[in-house]
Design a binder for this molecule. Structure first.
Ligand SMILES: [Zn+2]
Length: 272
């Protein structure tokens, strides 16, 4: 087996295993539970044996039911595992098979974004411990891998944090002044600061633009298909921010090159 196919298999396995760990984080962190200890069935509280806790495989073997109480296992668990494996593999390609770069972006950027996305969908909250440490690691990652000189790195990351976190903070304050209720959660502001630290201020312009279009489309489709209620429609913004950030990370250079070619101008060099 060639070295490259071994690395590919490693990336898939690492993705599946960490997808399984992210499921634990998504379930436990918002409930204030510790991450240690074995997994329990949420229905009958029975310990889940190791052979029933193998990513994706166990779900297929057990046929979507707990072995003891036959309570349903959410389809979401294998979905998160498969998604994490796919993103792990694409990160390896994105980083040109440089294993150290792949590990850094996968663990510090991709994994927190997956946890944040599904926690926000389930609980409408983005826990600080998922976003705040990543603001620091984002600066370090930029300094270490993208911009070797610290002045440019600080301009790139610091500008991203200011634009990401700062703009959203300003908007949420304005919204509160006008509507007298909270529109944008503090979690979204910290998430944007994190994304800015990794993607820089140019990345945040793209992320704000794309995420608002996606959220708007989702809102329109939901309003058109949902039954009419008096409740205002509340859309978690975190998944759209994370999705737009992933699209920028994977395809940003290609999309911007296409955009500038349409304008008939040479591409402004942007290092991601
Ligand atoms: Zn059970």
């Amino acid at each position: 087996m060639s070295a490259q196919s071994l690395i590919l298999i490693d990336a898939i396995l690492l993705g599946l295993v960490f997808g399984s760990f992210l499921n634990v984080c998504i379930y436990r962190i918002p409930l204030g539970m510790g991450l240690g200890g074995r997994s329990l069935c949420p229905h009958c509280k029975a310990l889940i044996a190791w052979y029933d806790n193998i990513p994706v495989m166990s779900f297929l073997i057990l046929g979507t039911k707990c072995r003891k109480c036959k309570g349903p296992i959410r389809f979401r668990y294998p979905l998160v595992e498969i998604l994490t494996a796919i993103l792990s593999l694409t990160t390896l390609y994105r980083e040109g098979f440089v294993f150290s770069h792949y590990l850094l972006w996968f663990f510090l950027f991709i994994c927190p974004l997956i946890a944040i996305t599904f926690t926000d969908i389930d609980h409408r909250v983005i826990p600080d411990m998922m976003s705040l440490p990543s603001i620091i690691t984002g600066i370090i990652a930029t300094l270490y891998f993208r911009w070797p000189d610290w002045e440019n790195a600080l301009f790139h990351s610091g500008g991203g944090i200011l634009l990401g976190g700062g703009l959203l903070l300003l908007l949420s304050q304005l919204y509160f002044l006008i509507r007298k209720r909270e529109g944008m959660g503090g979690g979204d502001i910290k998430l944007c600061a994190m994304l800015g630290a990794f993607l820089g201020w140019q990345g945040m312009v793209f992320v704000f633009f794309l995420s608002s279009i996606l959220a708007l489309l989702y809102g329109i489709i939901t309003l058109m298909t949902q039954r009419k209620t008096k409740e205002p429609l509340v859309i978690p913004y975190g998944p759209f921010l994370s999705g737009a950030a992933l699209i920028y990370y994977f395809y940003g250079s290609a999309i911007l090159a296409f955009y500038f070619s349409l304008l008939g101008r040479p591409l402004v060099p942007i290092t991601l």
